[in-house]
Design a protein around this ligand. Sequence first.
Ligand SMILES: Cc1ncc(COP(=O)(O)O)c(C=O)c1O
Length: 451
Amino acid sequence: MKTLLLETAERAARYLEEIANRRVAPLPADVARLEALAGPLPEVPSDPSEVLALLDDFGSPATVASAGGRYFGFVIGGSLPAALAANWMAGAWDQNAAMQIMSPVAAKLEEIVLAWMVDLLGLPPGSGAGFVTGTTMANFTALAAARTTLLQRAGWNAEEDGLFGAPPIHVVVGDEVHVSLLKALSMLGLGRSRVTRVPVDAQGRMRPEALPALDERTLVCVQAGNVNTGAFDEAGEICARAHAAGSWVHVDGAFGYWAAVSPRYAPLLAGAGAADSWAIDCHKWLNVPYDSAVAIVRRPEYVQAAMAMSAAYLTPGAGREPWHFAPEASRRARGVELWAAMRSLGRSGLAELVERNCRQATLFADRLRAAGFTVLNDVVLNQVLVSFGSENDTLRVIADVQKDGTCWCGGTRWHGQAAMRISVSSWATTDEDVERSLAAMIRIARRGSQD
Ligand SMILES: Cc1ncc(COP(=O)(O)O)c(C=O)c1O
């Protein structure tokens, strides 16, 4: 076992060393070589070290180098050194984080990181939380708590009686709501289309004056960090109006909520701490390995009411039982990496990470503007949308940037126009990475079609 793990550490370290200079998207030939991993299931056991060698030799070249500093697609962080190392430790521990009795360390670390997160992000002390895979499930978990609580207040028990014949819940979202929140609503039986969509401004922010009538059976979903522009809904004003009517406010803060760790960017979240629940990703800007997010709910009993289960053989201990706060029972110990990431960076390190990435996003925007291209959004955080001219020009640049391999950016549509999206979310991104990527983008945009 020891030899195998040391060999694997060597291979992983080499992979991460080489990533600084390798192309970001894998070559099609390397993807084609993945066939070497296929074939019929072996009839007999193989040597574990040979298995690892196959995985590294054929798997590593076909990875996308998102752990490096020049990946700007979607919103994808890397893995902080301490978080990656903790992930290996957690792999060795192989703990089931469902119950205290199954893993005292996993249960304790969840308690510790929840207290740290609540403090760092300016959320109510004593909040409850479920540790889940990503913001899709964090939205699901928090919205389940909202559904249960609003229906309980109306005298209905959703867990026992389902939604057949239940008093209707009115769901309000901004027109720029993230699709994952709509998916969460659909999984909860609240419906993707049965929502009121509130018109948004030019940056994608919900216009508070356009909110519909709210009441004690309304669930208002606010967004902190638009996936295209990075813009924030005006949470303070929305919370004040919603709470005056007895409504529940949920904040989808997937990546944007990490702005709270920086004194400079925290004002974007003014008033968001007054909400009732929050979905926050950790595999994005906290830079822990996939997969990891947290659903935080102001009152622990609200999320517990939606998520708890019991059986004779499952013996609850005293205090917080992790499985009462998340959809799953058995699951991996995500608190381990969260603890290591926060413990290693500390408050100032986290603020530096967010501020550096935001500064780098501004650098991208300034340089691309100076080179004659159009930045389509107000760069308030870490997201930049760029047009390189006509629809075809922009689509051509995106495709050629991806092919070139220096960096990787995806595409989107913003106000009916094609745009390249740049998301700066990684601890590993240096200013040199930004300069190298800018040089490639500008060279590609100026040279016209390769074909
Ligand atoms: C605002 C917002 N909500 C939700 C999600 C979904 O997150 P996940 O992919 O972790 O489920 C994203 C992903 O980018 C997002 O930006």
